[in-house]
Write a protein that binds this ligand. Sequence first.
Ligand SMILES: Nc1ncnc2c1ncn2[C@@H]1O[C@H](COP(=O)(O)OP(=O)(O)OP(=O)(O)O)[C@@H](O)[C@H]1O
Ligand SMILES: [Mg+2]
Length: 624
Amino acid sequence: MSTYPRTSDQAAAETALRLPGTRKRAAASNDFAIIRRLLRDYMGRRWNRLAVAAACMLTTAGMSGVLAWLLDPATRELFLDNNARMLLIIPLAIVGVVALRAATAFGEQYILNNVAERVVADVQRDMFSSQIRLDIATLNEIHSGELVSKFLYDATLLRGAITRGVAGLGKEFVTLVVLAAVMIYEDWQLALISVILLPLAAWVTQRLSRSLRKSSTRGMEETGTLSRALSEALAGRRIVKAYSLEAYAAGAAESRIAQRLKFILRAARARAAAVPSTDLVGGLAAAATVAFAGYQHLHGHLAINQFFAFTGAMLLAQQPVRTLSQLWTISTEGLSAANRIFALIDTKPGISDRGDARPLVVGPAPDGGSIRLENVSFTYREEGAAALNQISLDIPAGRKVALVGPSGAGKSTIFNLLLRFYDLDEGTIRIDGQDIRAVTLESLRANIALVTQEPFLFDETIADNIALGRRDASREEIVAAARAAAADGFISELPRGYDSRIGEGGLRLSGGQRQRIAIARAMLRNAPILLLDEATSALDAESERQVRDALARLTQGRTTVVIAHRLSTVLDADRIYVLDQGQLAEWGTHAELVARGGLYARLYRHDLAEDTGNEAARTTAARG
Ligand SMILES: Nc1ncnc2c1ncn2[C@@H]1O[C@H](COP(=O)(O)OP(=O)(O)OP(=O)(O)O)[C@@H](O)[C@H]1O
Ligand SMILES: [Mg+2]
């Protein structure tokens, strides 16, 4: 389903993530339940506006009936009775009725659009806040591009259903009833002929709308895949360029666009056929009416004024019939969009506070913030290999503890569990003696600052990005944090200083600068526990020194767990845990571990050789 070729591993991971039970979606509700929920949660609150709109709607429909009926007195008074006085009154009456109808039609449309836009805004707000509260595992399953298309496309369908669908259905239906009443009043037998043809019109409409619904659903799915391909191509732009995949990406996008076009065109054809085909049925009705009316008149049963009013009503009725055939599809499309939206809103996070959760209490630094892992086992996916197997760690308060080990050993997984991004399968994790599953998520995370391998910066100002550490920080505190993180220097040199905006993905800053901003963010958070996933990307000697100094200041007086990729950075750690394939291989201080001659000693020798190699290369380069 992706634009780029994927490894079978990734494909397997994706399939596994869709196992039943991992998705906690609400079961599909029926249309009635959807409408009730829309009314209760989103439209009910705006009942006064809706009441005005309904009044406008009824007036509009009524005025259409009056307009048709006016043809009766007009023909009788002016043409049959030659009443000169009516020459002014009847045209004035027509103008009055038309003006009133225009005003109420405007009011109704305006109010309905107003309500619909507010409903859409509310729905989007609910969608966003429910999605962002999901746990990491569920969020990993969602593709941003598809979510965006749901946000925009489904919301548009819903708006259409409210402004045109639900309201339109009501209005056109009432109009039709009023016009039918006029027709029956003028000549019930004639009216009967038109009514007989109604089932035919209904049948045509239904066939068309079924095909429209099918192809528009497929079109909407393809819109999702297209926006997914687009966001993927943009997110991976550096890889696209580096591997010259432009033509490949363009080709993939082209086939998606062609696929989408196919369904959209099919929907367009069905939509375009809706009006002409009902018109055709309407034409049949007109022909039958004229034939029967002529017959009635020849036998003296129908006066010309009645015929005019009847024909007027019938012609006016064509529009509602036409619209109804379109509105039916709009409403059903809107309802299925609402169903998808509600399913999204109802997705429950897999990880949440226990009913009796209490806030985590951490003692003041440097005595607070001890962490103990007791026989912790964890597997990401049911049938996968264990990422952690019976791990026990003891991380004393206020100390620096390092996690080292080969790639895939489970180091980052320990961070994921500490932050409760995932819940462990076996064992317990305690912070200052409190089981992390018994405390609130918010208090747990408030006591932990995380600095990741690839610091993520939002497309906001630098000051805003640092302030994410603590939302209520003052400018002075932000600057102080930046200074401590050795970031104040380069920030002040930027043309707009702390108010400079970071582009999407923070591309305008170097790796070392981004890291220092992330460190400043953690400084500001001032949490007793610090989790550091050290950057693997090599920095130049100067930025590395600056980042290291900043980190040294940050870790002071805090319980620090650092994932070290280069062992030279953890020589001073109070304790080093060596992980291998989810198991605890050995632990001790640097000196103890080197003396043991185990995995750590091997990794260290390897690291050392690499560093000396780099040093030698640098010296050679300097000489040459
Ligand atoms: N979100 C995930 N879903 C499924 N499996 C995962 C996920 N994240 C990690 N794993 C698997 O769990 C194991 C441990 O991964 P982890 O990220 O903890 O390794 P690591 O020690 O941090 O490695 P590195 O040094 O490369 O960052 C690996 O086998 C990995 O494939
Ligand atoms: Mg990792």
